[in-house]
Design a protein around this ligand. Structure first.
Ligand SMILES: Cc1cc2nc3c(=O)[nH]c(=O)nc-3n(C[C@H](O)[C@H](O)[C@H](O)COP(=O)(O)OP(=O)(O)OC[C@H]3O[C@@H](n4cnc5c(N)ncnc54)[C@H](O)[C@@H]3O)c2cc1C
Length: 289
């Protein structure tokens, strides 16, 4: 299958890309790593009038420290982010999650911003952004806005992005040095999208949980924040934490679906198990007698 005909531009600056988006009047699609868009074009499931290729915009690449956080350019390759020392130091759970995104080959081309913008409910990067409380920077020729990641996703592959808007940065807030990271996913094969997964971070001070951020992947139409579990963990001393009870609260916030990969009941059951195990292991808690 070949894509339907389209015009193509490859701007070298953000402003150039924004004016191309504005001129396209809603008929443009942005090309980043193409790991999802190219198959969609070939299958003619996406038929834009014009493709705006953002791979030549240097301003959109790289990892930098911003005040109180780490900024990731959307056209940062997943493989580069996986090997990035600043991310390993400041956003370690993102690096752990990245190692589960696709394959070596797809990560060499796929971008962090492409995954965040696509909004696949079973993807690692959207859930990581939601769990850590990241902010998505969005620009158009009309201006710039910052959207909290947990307000960015509206449904499967649906986000708050307007047709003339571009994601220009993802900002991950700092978590205390030595914070606890939580990540586990179950997929049919390594590199497949997760059937169920969880990602998060906890800060401990004086042996109690002082900050928590946890989200699910593959457990609903969007990345799902485990709000009840986060609230239940706050202020708890480690010996007072019952991982299974917290897992029950976490699953209660989900809305998993049935599909040809797995039933919603399977997802809940596996979700409960991986949440309990991951929390127990991360906090060094003993198995309940
Ligand atoms: C075999 C295979 C396995 C995979 N497994 C996984 C997996 O396990 N987990 C996972 O998360 N992903 C997986 N993927 C998806 C892939 O890794 C990328 O994450 C995904 O394709 C998005 O990144 P991209 O840079 O390729 O974006 P593209 O395909 O170029 O774009 C994706 C969408 O995002 C839009 N977009 C891109 N950048 C921006 C921006 N800056 N602003 C606004 N909109 C933008 C595009 O217009 C398009 O609609 C897999 C892909 C393949 C081919």
């Amino acid at each position: 299958m070949k894509p339907a005909p389209f015009d193509y531009v490859a701007p070298t600056s953000i402003d150039e890309a924004l004016s191309a988006l504005a001129d396209a009047g809603g008929g443009a699609t942005i090309l980043a790593g193409g790991q999802t868009l190219m198959p969609l074009l070939n299958l003619r499931m996406s038929q834009p009038f014009i493709i705006i290729d953002i791979n030549r915009i240097a301003e959109l690449k790289g990892v930098t420290r911003a005040s109180g956080g780490t900024r990731v350019g959307p056209v940062t390759r997943q493989a580069d982010a996986l090997a990035d020392a600043t991310l390993a130091q400041h956003v370690p759970v993102m690096v752990e999650a990245l190692s589960h995104v696709g394959h070596y080959q797809t990560r060499n081309r796929g971008t962090v911003g492409g995954s965040v913008s696509l909004g696949e409910p079973a993807a690692e990067m959207p859930a990581t952004a939601v769990a850590l409380g990241a902010t998505i920077e969005i620009r158009s020729s009309k201006g710039t806005r910052q959207v909290p990641a947990d307000e960015f996703y509206l449904g499967p592959y649906m986000t708050v992005l307007e047709p003339d808007e571009l994601v220009t940065g993802i900002i991950y807030p700092d978590w205390a040095d030595g914070h606890v990271t939580l990540f586990r996913e179950v997929a049919q094969r390594p590199g497949d999208f997760a059937l169920v997964g969880m990602v998060g971070a906890l800060e401990l001070s004086g042996g109690t949980v002082s900050r928590s951020g946890i989200a699910w992947l593959g457990m609903g139409p969007t990345p799902i924040k485990a709000r009840q579990a986060e609230a239940a963990l706050l202020g708890k001393s480690l010996d007072a934490i019952d991982p299974l009870a917290i897992a029950e609260l976490a699953v209660a916030d989900t809305a998993p679906f049935d599909d040809h990969h797995a039933s919603s009941e399977y997802r809940r059951t596996v979700g409960r198990r991986i949440f309990t195990r991951t929390l127990r292991e991360a906090l060094g808690l003993k198995e309940a007698a």
